[in-house]
Design a protein around this ligand. Structure first.
Ligand code: NDP
Length: 600
């Protein structure tokens, strides 16, 4: 069966077969090795287009209470929650020229968050801000990050355009020495790593990519000096230009309709189509979300998390595409227990999944007028095999005369790039500009990058220790041999589509750990036994998820079709339960990780 043959939408066996064939068509033996990191000769793809000229400064050798690596929402929330606990000097070190993380770097045209803004933007109760749209534009989100940083006075000690290059535990002072690429070597009593999960832009390893003579950039470093315009459009620099865009994930789906409005011609190089559901963005008022009640945002966020984690909830406050598909998302989430559900449950799941995916495929047919293009845009995999996307403009773009879909599934992507453009099969596409919407390296930022070695007690290097025995943590936050070092991220912790909620719970926890250590005049360091117990809990996660990911089309969710990376191992009973576990542990057992200081 080829990709263009019809499949009976109600025939589950035929769907299974189709999904399997489409997966086989795409799996590459080189897995994640097909990509190039944006470093060395490709480093210019990752350069900061927004920082302007970086002012020279003297290296720092002082001592702060807390150093936070990363100035995205994770780092900002860590700083804010530390402030609420009364911590004095908090120094956030950030590669970019300002706070914002993802929302600092990603400013591509059309950028919005497709998680409802009233649950995505953190600290709305604390800042009194009420978002203006159901799905906020990127700039509104970036400004909110700045708002929190200002409110909690995080600017004075922050170091921007600075990358941490190593962390070394100094036994004599019982502090960390934080070294950076600006020559700093300052001390911090506590260090929080908040380096993000999708922060290193990646490029496809297409032969000849370096030979292209036209203009080129990655979507996370949008070059408005070339395109003109803003994230709202008006890219007059693209008039008369032939633009190629590689990638049709959540970013491509948002950027392509904007390019279509301004470029002479847009060639969309697609390898796997996204599922694109209804977006229905609209302006919202404070009354719409009950923002006059104290704690309204917290309540709404908890309600959303409960629903997408498969918990029972009396009402659905957000009521959008995510919550409507919660029963399907659950299969992707750690709380799903396949073995406890039984065969009848699995059959019901397949029917529900088929109904949803048929609905999405029908959406393509109803919108795209050319049948061949419509067929190529249909996603043939289970819901959430790839990150679901939402747009009311994407499919309609392909009805325009100046947009061409170039399907590259059979050739595993663009085959070759030349000085003039891209080659797929027998066709060469001449381009003035080639934009990579090809996503981010997973599991290589921060402590996983190799460019940020962490030396704990006795000089033990964190990644060497983990390479031998697998990741060792308590709750994902702390580890034996690495006192006062607190990690934020999903490893050994929780994950959810609303990741800022996860980060905020982590920030609350990190600040509580620091406050407890300060009160007890102690170090934060779990015992090896506590790590063993937590590793056993995590081992369950890997087994529970393999079945789902093994049947999926390749992507960063499943290590390009080869299985889940061990850096993805998360708490197996879901984020909602995990947050309850952490709260109870803080109330009853936090003293377990407090160790006497040698210096006392
Ligand atoms: P993704 O990794 O999701 O998508 C990358 C795209 O590039 C895929 O379509 C991929 O195809 C394609 N690609 C890679 N290599 C090639 C090649 N050689 N030839 C052709 N195509 C290729 O990156 P995104 O930037 O779209 O999204 C990353 C994540 O960022 C999202 O999953 C989401 O978590 C987040 N995001 C969130 C948004 C929000 O609103 N909350 C908005 C945007 C992003 P294939 O699928 O075949 O590998």
């Amino acid at each position: 069966m080829t990709s263009t043959q019809a499949t009976d939408p109600n025939d589950i066996d035929a769907l299974r077969q189709r999904y399997s064939l489409e997966r086989e068509r795409r799996v590459r033996t080189d897995g994640a090795r097909q990509y190039r990191r944006t470093e060395a000769e490709f480093g210019y793809y990752a350069a900061d287009p927004y920082a302007g000229e970086v002012a020279a400064r003297e290296p720092l050798t002082d001592t702060v209470d807390v150093a936070v690596i990363g100035g995205g929402f994770g780092g900002i929330l860590a700083g804010a929650r530390m402030r609420q606990q009364g911590v004095g000097r908090v120094r956030i070190v950030e590669k970019g020229g300002d706070f914002g993380g993802t929302w600092y770097w990603n400013r591509y045209p059309g950028i919005h968050c497709d998680i409802e803004s009233h649950v995505y933007l953190p600290m709305l109760d604390e800042t009194g801000y009420v978002p203006e749209w159901k799905y906020a534009p990127g700039e509104e989100i970036r400004r909110h990050a700045v708002r929190i940083a200002e409110k909690y006075d995080l600017y004075p000690d922050a170091l921007f355009s600075t990358a941490v290059t190593s962390l070394t535990w100094d036994q004599a002072s019982e502090t960390w020495i934080v070294a950076t690429d600006r020559g700093d070597a300052f001390h911090a009593t506590y260090v929080v790593t908040a380096t993000g999960t999708l922060s290193e832009p990646k490029l496809p390893g297409i032969p000849g990519i370096e030979t292209f003579q036209g203009h080129t950039f990655h979507t996370s470093r949008w070059d408005y000096s070339y395109t003109g315009g803003t994230p709202d459009g008006g890219m007059t620099g693209l008039r008369g230009k032939r633009v190629g865009i590689v990638g049709t994930g959540a970013t491509g789906v948002q950027a392509i309709p904007m390019l279509a409005e301004d470029a002479e011609h847009v060639y969309v190089f697609q390898r796997t189509p996204s599922s694109v559901d209804v977006r229905a963005n609209r302006r919202t008022t404070a009354a719409d979300v009950g923002a006059d009640r104290e704690g309204w945002a917290r309540e709404r966020r908890e309600n959303f998390l409960a629903i997408v984690s498969g918990e029972q909830a009396d009402q659905d406050l957000v009521a959008d595409g995510w919550t409507a598909s919660a029963a399907l998302l659950e299969k992707l989430l750690p709380s799903f227990r396949r073995d406890e559900q039984g065969p009848s449950f699995e059959a019901a799941y397949e029917l529900a999944d088929a109904a949803k995916m048929n609905e999405l495929r029908a959406r393509v047919e109803q919108t795209v007028t050319d049948p061949d293009t419509a067929e190529k845009l249909k996603p043939w995999y289970r819901y959430a095999c790839k990150r679901p996307t939402f747009s009311d403009k994407y499919y309609a773009s392909f009805n325009r005369d100046n947009v061409s879909l170039v399907d590259t599934a059979d050739t595993h992507g663009i085959e070759r790039i030349t000085e003039q453009g891209a080659v797929v099969g027998d066709d060469t596409y001449e381009l003035d500009c080639l934009i990579f919407a090809t996503g981010f390296s997973v599991g290589v930022s921060g402590i996983f990058s190799g460019t940020l070695p962490v030396h704990g007690r006795g000089g033990t290097q964190l990644l060497h220790a983990w390479a031998q025995q697998g990741p060792r943590t308590l709750h994902g936050f702390t580890g034996n041999g690495f006192p006062n070092l607190i990690h934020m991220g999903s490893l050994h912790n929780a994950s959810s589509v609303n990741f800022t909620h996860i980060l905020d719970e982590q920030a609350v926890h990190a600040a509580a750990l620091v406050a407890a250590a300060e009160t007890a005049c102690a170090l934060i360091e779990p015992s090896p036994e506590a790590e063993d117990a937590w590793a056993a809990v995590m081992a369950k996660d890997a087994a529970d998820h393999e079945w789902f990911h093994a049947g999926c089309t390749p992507g960063y969710y499943n290590r390009e079709g080869l299985g889940r990376p061990n850096t993805a191992s998360a708490y197996p009973h879901g984020a909602f339960t995990f947050h309850q576990l952490l709260k109870q542990w803080r109330e009853e057992s936090i003293g377990e990780v407090l160790q006497p200081k040698a210096a006392l």
